[in-house]
Design a protein around this ligand. Structure first.
Ligand SMILES: [Zn+2]
Length: 138
C-alpha cells in the first residue's frame, strides 16, 4: 500500500512554516499515478506557499513495484548517524519488521535495494524497468 503523513516544514529560503503531505511509501502497482508523480519530481517536495521555493524534503521513501518484484528504499544520508535506522534492518539488509503501515509490502521475500539520494532512486527504477522490458533476452 501507499502511505503518507503530514509534516511541518520550514522553508529554507524564507522561513515560512507550512504543513506538507509527505509519502512514507509508494506502491506504483496499486497506484500508477504515483509513479508519474515520482518521475515528475512531485513526491516529497516542498513548494513554499510564501516564496515559491521548491526543494526536496529530506525524508525516507520506499518505492515498491509489485509486478517487477522490487522495492527500493531511499534513506537520506543524515539518517546514517541515527541508531533507529539500524533497528529497521537485519544484518543482511532486509527489513527487520514491516515498516509502519506497510505490512503487506515489507513482508515481501525480496529485500529492499537501498539508495541515498532521490536521484539514485529514480535511476534504479529506470534500470529495473529497462531490465524488465528486455523480456526474452535472458
Ligand atoms: Zn519560502
Amino acid at each position: 500500500m501507499s502511505r503518507r503523513r503530514k509534516v511541518q516544514v520550514q522553508c529554507p529560503a524564507c522561513s515560512h512554516e507550512q504543513s506538507v503531505s509527505a509519502w512514507h511509501s509508494i506502491n506504483v502497482t496499486m497506484n500508477a499515478k504515483l509513479r508519474e508523480q515520482f518521475f515528475a519530481g512531485e513526491i516529497n517536495v516542498l513548494v513554499c506557499k510564501n516564496c515559491k521555493f521548491v526543494g526536496e524534503l529530506p525524508l525516507s521513501l520506499l518505492y515498491h513495484d509489485v509486478n517487477l518484484k522490487f522495492m527500493a528504499y531511499y534513506i537520506p544520508a543524515y539518517q546514517l548517524e541515527e541508531d533507529d535506522l539500524y533497528k529497521t534492518f537485519k544484518t543482511d539488509g532486509t527489513f527487520a519488521s514491516p515498516l509502519p503501515g506497510n505490512d503487506a509490502d515489507t513482508a515481501n521475500p525480496y529485500g529492499p535495494h537501498i539508495v541515498f539520494s532521490m536521484r539514485e532512486l529514480r535511476r534504479y527504477v529506470i534500470f529495473r524497468e529497462h531490465l524488465a522490458g528486455r523480456g526474452a533476452a535472458d
